[in-house]
Design a protein around this ligand. Structure first.
Ligand code: GDP
Ligand code: MG
Length: 436
């Protein structure tokens, strides 16, 4: 995911400097990247369309570059799609203890999460107790007991294969012990099956949890979405715990699950240790999904060094097809003013991989500047008049070769063509280029 998206943002970032807004291409890359991160197809479609509409309709205020704006729109949109605000655990109840119950497939991280949550709540001044209702595997009860010992939270268990009985007696024990939170660990299967669902349903009806949390392994990718849907259809859970985000998973599952089941993601688990649990923040996850790293500060830094008035003038010229070699030179000079391009690029994760160092160090505009400076006013304004003999004169005057002059003119023509098609594409129904 990161590679394609970085590609998209790289294009956008580049546009902050060369002053064109290729929303279409950026959106195509973003779409591909999201699909590559296992984000549900329907979700991607809606997201991309939303972003496109927003980008097109957006007013560009003076202090914001188009690239900065698009980056922000994408990030905001992802954040919004994942629920916007952080949703805290709801433990308010008239009858203590408040019950937190977990459900999910085997190996998803339920037991680990129970202990982590217990530790967290204890630290926050609560007096939790855990109940081991995964009764089918003796090792599961032992696991919870061991973790309970580690985090200093008591674990209730029975030597019986009756989850309902364990839960019921656990609840009584919690009341007797004046525990204000009961965390109920349950059994999972490797696949969704009716018996597991029926038991979870029965436990839910018995315990009436304040929070029934669906625990899901983020590494499962697209399959996580199907599982979430199956559990939600049957159990109507209250929230989601996303685990194993310390792995390769980019978190695309978070986006899809939230869209498909419309339940908040409340926690994310980022490791096997008892402290590896964080509240889920949609905005941070948006950045993770995008692999943006410091993209915003990257754009801001670029922005500081760009002459905004000039940028706007340039966009107007572009619209009127008056962009000439003078403007081209201007753009190059602006690029130079940004100073250490290397430093900027290093702020964007992955970009430094894509752009070899020596290429940057060799980035030398001097010949280009020399060529353009050797042109007459008329030639700069209308490069199409530059014929063979003019080319020779310019090469001589700038100390370059005719081939270099040819190359520059060719690049300029291509760039102009591209910019025109972009400005045409973005012209309808938007104010980006005409704003000022
Ligand atoms: P359960 O079957 O749903 O109760 O899953 P467990 O809590 O027993 O976890 C299954 C395995 O995943 C264990 O080895 C855990 O240590 C591991 N695990 C759980 N959460 C995380 C996590 O966030 N990151 C990593 N790397 N491993 C985790
Ligand atoms: Mg377990």
């Amino acid at each position: 995911l990161s590679d394609t998206l970085e590609g998209a943002f790289r294009k956008l970032a580049g546009q902050a400097t060369i002053n064109e807004i290729n929303i279409g291409i950026a959106m195509r890359d973003i779409k591909r990247a999201l699909l590559g991160a296992d984000v549900n197809y329907k979700v991607v479609k809606k997201l991309v369309e939303d972003i496109r509409l927003k980008s097109l309709g957006e007013d560009v205020v003076k202090s914001v570059s188009p690239a900065q704006m698009i980056v922000k729109i994408v990030s905001d949109e992802l954040t919004e799609l994942m629920g916007g605000e952080q949703k805290p655990l709801n433990l308010s109840t008239k009858n203590l203890p408040a019950v937190v119950m977990v459900a999910g497939l085997q190996g998803s991280g339920k037991t680990t999460f129970c202990a982590k949550l217990a530790k967290r709540l204890k630290k926050g001044g609560k007096n939790p107790m855990m109940v081991a209702a995964d009764v089918y595997r003796p090792a599961a009860v032992e696991q919870l007991k061991t973790l309970g010992l580690e985090v200093g939270v008591p674990v209730f268990s029975l030597d019986e294969q009756d989850a309902m009985k364990v839960a019921r007696e656990g609840l009584e024990a919690a009341r007797r012990g004046a525990h204000d939170v009961l965390i109920l660990d349950t059994a999972g299967r490797l696949q969704i099956d009716d018996r597991m669902m029926a038991e979870a349903e029965a436990l839910k009806n018995l315990m009436k949890p304040e929070e029934l949390l669906f625990v899901v392994d983020s590494m499962m990718g697209q399959e996580a979405v199907n599982t979430a849907k199956a559990f939600n259809d049957r159990l109507d859970f209250d929230g989601v715990v996303l685990t194993k985000l310390d792995g390769d998973s980019r978190g695309g599952a978070a986006l899809s699950i939230r869209q498909v089941v419309e339940k908040p993601i409340k926690f994310m688990s980022v490791g096997e240790k008892m402290d590896d649990l964080d509240q889920f923040y949609p905005d941070r996850m948006a950045q993770r999904i995008l692999g943006m790293g410091d993209i915003v500060s990257f754009v801001e830094k670029a922005q500081e060094n760009l002459d905004l008035e000039k940028t706007i003038q340039m966009q107007k010229k572009l619209m009127k097809n008056e962009f000439d070699l003078n403007d081209f030179l201007d753009q190059l000079q602006q690029l130079k003013k940004m100073g250490s391009i290397q430093g900027l690029i290093e702020m964007v994760p992955g970009l430094n991989k894509m752009v070899p160092k020596q290429d940057l160090e060799n980035l030398d505009f001097k010949p280009i500047e020399a060529i353009i400076n050797s042109m007459t006013k008329a030639e700069k304004a209308s490069p199409e008049i530059i014929n063979g003999s003019r080319r020779q004169r310019i090469a001589l005057g700038s100390g370059t070769r005719v081939q270099e002059v040819n190359m520059l003119l060719k690049q300029f023509a291509e760039m102009k063509k591209m910019m025109r098609s972009v400005s045409k594409m973005t012209q309808s129904g938007r104010k980006i280029t005409s704003q000022n």
